[in-house]
Structure formats: C-alpha cells, structure tokens
Design a protein around this ligand. Structure first.
Ligand code: ADE
Length: 350
C-alpha cells in the first residue's frame, strides 16, 4: 500500500507543469554558489554575518539594475542565508494601501519582504512604507477631515528588499530608507562562461569550454539570457549534434535564433535600423522609436537599451538617442558624416 502511494505520488510529481524548472532550478540558492557581482556579494556576506551575530534583522536593501542580472535571486539567497521566510510582491500588485497593510501586518519577526519593480508602487501606498521601514509601525487612519484619528500599529522587525530597473524613479524619501543600495552591473564573459558551465552541469548536458564561451559572449552580459540560450543550444545539440555542446554547435544553434556574436538579436537590430534609417541616425526620442516599432517604451528603456548603451551602439543625448559609428559598421551600413553623431561634433568644433 505504502509502495503504491509512493508510485502514484511520483507519477503526479512528474506531471505537475513547470516541475522540471523547480527540479532543475538554475538559480543558485546560497551566496557561495553565486558567480559574479563580487563587490555586492561581499557586502551582503558581511551584513548577513553581522546581523546573525547580533540576532537582528538585516537592514533594508535596494537592488538596482537591468532585468535578469540576479536581483530576485539575491533576495532569495539572503533569505536562505538568514534562515528566514521570504514574502514576495511587486509594485504594480500593490494597488491600494490595504494591499500593503495586509502583507505588513502578517509579517513575522525577521521575515524578508521582497518587492519587485518597487518604482511602480503608487505614491499613496508608498507612504505606508515610510513608518514601516523606519519604525516597524503602520499608521491606521480612521474617519476623515476634522474627525480623523490615527492609530499606530506595531509590526515585527522585518527586512524590505526592493528591486528596481530604474532607481531614478524612486522618490528620495523611499530611497533614503534603504540601508544598503547596490547597482547590479552586466556580467563579464568570464563569469558568464562559469554560469553557463554550472547550469549545463545541473541540466546534465555535456559542454566544452569553447562551447560555454560562445553562449556566454552572446548573452548580453545577463545570466537569465545565458540560461535561456543554453536551453536552446541544448535542444539543438540533442537533435542535430549527438548531444554535446561545442563551439560549432553553439554557433550554429544561436545563428538559428538570430543572435550574432555580440549578442545582438532581432529586436536590437530593429531598434538600430529605426534610428539609422527612419531617423537618419538620431537624435530621436525613445517614444518615437517605440511607436515606430510598436514596442512599449518601458520595454525599450528597461530591456533593450541598457545593453546597446553599454556596448556603445547608441548614446543618449538630451535630444534623444543616437546611433554610433559602431552600430553602422555592425549592421554594414555606411556611416554618413553629414548625418550622424560625428557631424554634430564637427559642427561644434568649427
Ligand atoms: N544562475 C543565474 N545567475 C547565476 C549566478 N550569478 N551565479 C550562478 N548561477 C547563476
């Protein structure tokens, strides 16, 4: 009987959608497994050890940076290292003050509250966070106008971890209430190669150093992209190349995905061509690019543009975005000095 139950539960487990993702989670769960962002992880190690020694909750932490660099992963790692629960929410999900109150008043001592996209919290909800972060208290307001009374409700000490792609949009009262603020930067090829090899070993797919490097250099400095590309290359290797990921297998597989050796994909090319062809190299406002391509401006700003800026394909000026000579030569379009960025500089020099 017991044997039978075990078998049924094994079968059920296999059929749960997304089970594979949980089983083969590629995200590190401890700081010791985390690759890259060394300065950030060093800061966290010290803060965690000190808080554990003092038996206190950690200071509030704000992570800022483009998507896919590990903000959520770090929040979960911190909870694991502290041995605490993590309760997750996001800015857009917290529509009313009551939504946040409900979460705050149910927090237990030492809990971590993770709020993703914290820059999208409505202002009215954000104001509840100030006393919660500073004094571990929330102020309930009864009645309105002359009869308004407030009642202060004590909260258990907790740690707020906020993640944002746009720290600049956070109000200063909120920003100032975080004890630790760290920017996550794009990963170098070395660290991404290590991440690809680690993930390949979890996925039990054979890979050589050159194969891992080819995936890493096309990953836009982003572990989430690296892991996504690894899964595509794994499929290709299994169907077309006896299972092992080598340099040539990775190159062929990623060519099919439309990703070139600098990690520039279809959307990047569309953005660059729009600036160069439709807007004569720029400057052009992000809204104009977004509406030409029918892409949300927020997606362009948060996801596409940071890597194009980092690699020098575009620059940002007060008048808008401009394509650089690097972008022209990458796309094989001849750079017309009378139209582009350098024409402006030339003019200024005269
Ligand atoms: N998987 C995704 N991000 C990672 C990281 N920074 N280190 C190790 N594995 C990862």
């Amino acid at each position: 009987m017991i044997q039978e139950e075990a078998n049924i539960s094994d079968i059920l487990k296999k059929e749960i959608p997304g089970d594979e993702d949980i089983k083969f989670s590629l995200r590190p769960s401890r700081l010791a497994e985390y690759i890259g962002q060394n300065k950030v992880t060093e800061t966290l190690k010290i803060a965690i050890e000190a808080a554990l020694k003092r038996k206190e909750s950690l200071d509030h932490i704000l992570f800022n940076g483009p998507p896919g660099l590990g903000k959520t992963t770090l929040a979960h790692i911190i909870a694991n290292e502290m041995g605490t629960r993590i309760i997750t929410s996001s800015g857009p999900a917290l529509e009313k003050g009551g939504d946040l109150m409900g979460i705050l008043t149910h927090l237990e001592k030492g809990d971590i509250l993770f709020i993703d996209e914290i820059h999208r919290i409505p202002k009215i909800v954000e104001e509840f966070l100030y006393p919660a972060m500073e004094d571990f208290a929330v102020d309930f307001i009864f009645d309105k106008g002359a009869h308004a009374r407030t009642h202060r409700y004590r909260l258990e000490p907790f740690t707020l971890i906020g993640a944002t792609t746009r720290a600049g949009l956070l109000s200063s009262p909120l920003r100032e209430r975080f004890g630790i603020t760290r920017d996550l930067d794009f990963y170098d090829e070395n660290d991404l190669t290590k991440i690809v090899k680690r993930s390949a070993s979890i996925l039990e797919v054979p890979i050589d150093d050159e194969g891992a490097f080819e995936i890493a250099r096309r990953s836009r400095g982003t572990p989430r992209v690296a892991n996504r590309l690894l899964k595509r290359v794994r499929d290709y290797a299994q169907v077309r190349a006896h299972g092992k990921i080598t340099k040539n297998v990775a190159i062929d597989a990623l060519l099919l995905e439309g990703i070139d050796e600098q990690g520039i994909g279809e959307t990047d090319r569309k953005v660059l061509k729009t600036i160069i062809i439709n807007y004569k190299g720029g400057p052009v406002g992000i809204e104009a690019i977004a509406s030409t391509l029918q892409i949300e401006a927020d997606v362009l700003i948060d996801v596409v543009e940071p890597y194009l800026l980092k690699t020098g394909f575009i620059i940002r000026t007060p008048q808008g975005r401009k394509a650089t000579e690097i972008a022209y030569s990458h796309l094989g379009i001849s750079f017309n000095k009378n139209l582009g960025l350098f024409a402006d500089n030339d003019r200024k020099r005269k």
